[in-house]
Write a protein that binds this ligand. Structure first.
Ligand SMILES: Cc1ncc(COP(=O)(O)OP(=O)(O)O)c(N)n1
Ligand SMILES: Cc1nc(C(=O)O)sc1CCOP(=O)(O)O
Ligand SMILES: [Mg+2]
Length: 209
């Protein structure tokens, strides 16, 4: 069982198409990622189940934890965690479904009040974004380090940062109190699995500096 601190790798269906899903994820886990989120927006339920099962096996091998994006039912079926956005269903219902030990994350946009509500609803961590311009999910960055400080003062849960995080901009987030760096493009846009591994090691090293 991993801790809620470190690199939080999130899969991307486009970046990891063409047979890259498992080798690139394994490279990220070998590089120290502590959490992995399976984020696939398709409605191909059979493939989603198959891929999520394979990712669960990989995570177990590396001592990391798997979360499913958006889909508490799939998470329950596999016995893993879930990440829910504001429109993805209730955190408290997910907590009741998945049990007290499941890792459940909640998107809190850039609002401390949403983090306070997520904590009351049983979240395991609160996620703020976007911190920087994101190629994966374009839109104005709204989250700041000041927001992280406010959240840490008011919510007793690990803070996750997401949105445009790269090896060049991540360090101040960690020194500013962020526990989890959620990354897609700056991790998985690599040309080789070895490069994913190098990037994952570099992100993970920020937590041991
Ligand atoms: C760790 C983490 N934080 C935020 C999000 C975004 O969730 P959401 O707003 O539901 O958007 P989608 O990812 O579902 O497009 C996330 N997935 N993970
Ligand atoms: C899925 C997602 N949610 C965001 C939010 O702000 O809530 S930003 C984002 C995309 C993160 O990918 P990248 O590391 O490539 O920017
Ligand atoms: Mg969502």
């Amino acid at each position: 069982m991993s801790t809620l601190r470190g690199l939080y790798a999130i899969t991307d269906s486009q970046l990891l198409a063409g047979g890259k899903l498992l080798p690139y994820v394994e490279a990220a886990l070998d590089g120290g990622a502590t959490l992995l989120q399976y984020r696939d927006k398709s409605s191909d339920d059979a493939r989603r189940l198959r891929e999520a099962q394979a990712l669960k096996t990989l995570c177990e091998r590396y001592g990391a934890s798997l979360l499913i994006n958006d889909d508490a039912e799939l998470a329950a079926r596999l016995g893993v965690g879930v990440h829910l956005g504001q429109g993805d269903g209730s955190l408290s219902v997910a907590r009741a479904l998945l049990g007290r030990n499941a890792i459940i994350g909640g998107t809190c946009l850039a609002q401390v009040e949403l983090a306070e509500q997520a904590a009351r609803d049983g979240a395991s961590y609160v996620a703020f974004g976007r911190f920087f311009n994101s190629q994966t999910k374009p839109g104005a960055p709204a989250a700041t380090l000041e927001l992280v400080q406010q959240a840490r003062a008011r919510v007793q849960l690990p803070v996750c940062a997401i949105g445009g995080i790269t090896l060049d901009n991540a360090a101040p987030l960690v020194t500013g109190g962020v526990s989890l760096l959620a990354v897609i493009h700056a991790l998985f846009s690599a040309d080789t699995a070895q490069e994913v591994n190098r990037r994952a090691r570099a992100f993970s090293a920020l937590f041991h500096a």
